[in-house]
Design a binder for this molecule. Structure first.
Ligand code: ZN
Length: 103
């Protein structure tokens, strides 16, 4: 069967709804922002469990962590204008990474 014979589907990534949920929280998860309430704990466990089974999201998590480190390095610079521009670029990249779309 050729690809063109398949029913039309949106050109969406092969992410499952679990992936989307995990990715929605991944940024906060990586930033350690999910530690302070019961809800957050549940979300954190959900994300952690998903990461165990999903290689694609694990890869995203690694990339986010790497970007976060880079972002932190930028944040310690004194040139705010250049730093701000780079932060925006990082944020855009992160958005693309998490949603599969350009912002
Ligand atoms: Zn996933």
């Amino acid at each position: 069967m050729r690809y063109s014979d398949r029913p039309h589907r949106p050109a969406a990534p092969s992410a499952t709804s679990e992936c989307l949920t995990a990715r929605h929280h991944l940024h906060a998860y990586v930033d350690g922002e999910l530690d302070y309430s019961d809800d957050a704990q549940t979300i954190r466990e959900t994300v952690a469990q998903h990461l165990v089974q999903c290689e694609r999201c694990t890869r995203l998590e690694r990339q986010l962590r790497a970007m976060r480190r880079a972002l932190h390095a930028i944040g310690t610079r004194t040139d705010d204008r250049a730093g701000g521009r780079m932060r925006d670029e990082f944020r855009a990249r992160m958005h693309t990474l998490l949603t599969g779309r350009a912002s």
